[in-house]
Design a binder for this molecule. Structure first.
Ligand code: GLU
Length: 292
């Protein structure tokens, strides 16, 4: 088997250590491997040799992927992505973040616009026709968010009884599909490209309900200063995966192993981001699916 030595190893010439066995804390996030050794031709070798990585994430979702005032995205997905990049010797400063709204995630992977996507991305069979998922790395579930003074809608089953109530979600998301069976008519559903726009529409009364994953909504509730609340139970399962090029089994297995080997970093990633939201439960890394 031929192995390619990466740029990263030049920094520690002469040392031969297992992947991530020797690492340094970058000033911005999880451990960065200072010695990597990947089989030539793999995605990991290509990224490590390049010394940079492009990652798709959300820019508008508090707690998961949201741009801060310095224009840099922050959140759990961003930290999970940094753990994976770090295991290939890539520091946070060498990551290029690309906004990946729900509807274009498969497309940016297929078109090689990103190396991988970490973006509250539910693993499902439809999407697996176009891409491969590593993970899951988190289990969410769909819920509803309304204005704090709304006493009419307390769960998805109230939507048919209130056919004038408008429900907002995002194009290309699983919640925008799942909600349809609970609606009285098509006109009830309002779709935008990003969740920020749904939150604004709820704020100014253009819609009555926003629906997506519980943890995304919880971020908006916490930002709303008491203006929004979650209602009802979670009514779907949304296992979050990391989207990669279809059929890249080696990269998928590498990502799964990296997360399993870095549970402390995973827990820290959660507790410093989405885990800070009031009422959030500790995250538990689920067992990974097999890669295909
Ligand atoms: N997890 C769901 C999905 O992948 C909703 C969140 C999102 O749109 O990113 O479609």
């Amino acid at each position: 088997m031929r192995f390619t030595r990466t740029k990263a190893i030049l920094a520690v010439a002469g040392m031969s250590l297992a992947l991530a066995a020797c690492g340094s804390d970058s000033d911005d996030g999880p451990e960065v491997a200072s010695d990597t050794d990947f089989e030539a031709g793999t995605t990991m070798a290509e990224i490590a040799d390049r010394g940079t990585v492009t990652i798709g994430t959300k820019f508008d979702q508090p707690g998961f992927g949201q741009k801060n005032l310095e224009d840099v995205p922050e959140g759990f997905d961003v930290e999970v992505a940094k753990i994976i990049a770090g295991a290939m010797g890539i520091e946070a400063k060498d990551i290029t973040w690309k906004e990946a709204p729900s509807a274009i995630r498969e497309q940016v992977i297929e078109n090689d616009e990103v190396d991988f996507v970490v973006a509250t991305y539910t693993i499902n069979d439809e999407r697996k026709k176009r891409i491969t998922f590593a993970g899951p790395y988190y289990q969410a579930g769909q819920q509803l968010m309304v204005k704090d003074d709304n006493d009419t809608i307390s769960g998805p089953e109230d939507l048919k009884d209130n056919p004038d109530a408008k429900v907002c979600s995002v194009t290309g998301s699983t919640p925008s599909e799942n909600i349809k069976e609970y609606l009285a008519n098509d006109r009830q559903l309002v779709l935008f490209d990003i969740y920020d726009k749904c939150a604004d529409a709820l704020s100014n009364g253009q819609v009555d309900v926003v629906t997506t994953d519980n943890v995304i909504l919880a971020g908006f509730v916490s930002k709303s200063d008491g203006d929004f609340k979650l209602v009802g139970e979670q009514f779907t399962e949304e296992p979050y995966g990391i989207g990669i090029k279809k059929g890249d089994v080696e990269f998928c297995e590498f990502i799964n192993k990296t997360l399993a080997d870095n549970e402390d970093a995973y827990n820290e990633a959660w507790s410093s981001t989405a885990g800070e939201v009031e009422g959030s439960e500790p995250a538990e890394l689920p067992e990974a699916d097999s890669c295909s």
